[in-house]
Design a protein around this ligand. Structure first.
Ligand SMILES: [Zn+2]
Ligand SMILES: [Zn+2]
Length: 161
């Protein structure tokens, strides 16, 4: 489906085709929480990077997250993943990782197109979850201390979506 998204101030708009638009995976890692996850987590979708069209790209900025838990003593490596956000209003828009150049991961929070409701939700990186976060429990809520092996595309296939 075609996803249309925008930042809060409207200076950046984007559209991208996605075959994996279900917002099922909530990441509770500290990067997601601090940059784009006021509720304690952020949700990324999978989309086709070759179809990404951006209006107002001059208002984008990129954050390569610091990886405090990696690297040697006194060393803080940065992630290769590029978190694109609007430098005027701070809305996080999508993540792009040059290691997987065909994919782009829009933040569900930035997408204006009504997304389908996922039949099952996956909660990941719970080892890093803030203690005040209530993690949903129940039969359609799956929990992972770190990140599951299953890709976003794999989850959609498993559900026949
Ligand atoms: Zn903006
Ligand atoms: Zn995360």
């Amino acid at each position: 489906m075609l996803l249309e998204g925008s930042c809060h101030c409207g200076a950046v708009r984007f559209r991208v085709e996605s075959e994996t638009p279900y917002p099922y995976q909530a990441c509770y890692c500290s990067i997601c929480r601090k940059t784009a996850g006021g509720g304690g987590y952020a949700i990324n979708l999978g989309a086709d990077a070759n179809t990404l069209e951006v209006e107002g790209a001059e208002n984008l900025s990129v954050y390569n997250a610091k990886l405090y838990d990696r690297g040697g003593p006194g060393e803080v490596p940065v992630s290769e993943a590029e978190r694109n956000f609007c430098k005027l209003c701070g809305s996080f828009l999508w993540l792009y990782d040059p290691r997987w150049p065909d994919l782009v991961h829009p933040f569900a929070s930035a997408v204006d197109t009504p997304l389908p409701k996922p039949p099952e939700r996956v909660h990941v990186a719970l080892e890093f979850a803030a203690p005040w976060c209530t993690i949903p429990e129940g039969e359609n809520e799956r929990h992972f201390d770190l990140w599951p092996e299953e890709s976003i595309a794999g989850w959609h296939r498993r559900h026949g979506l």
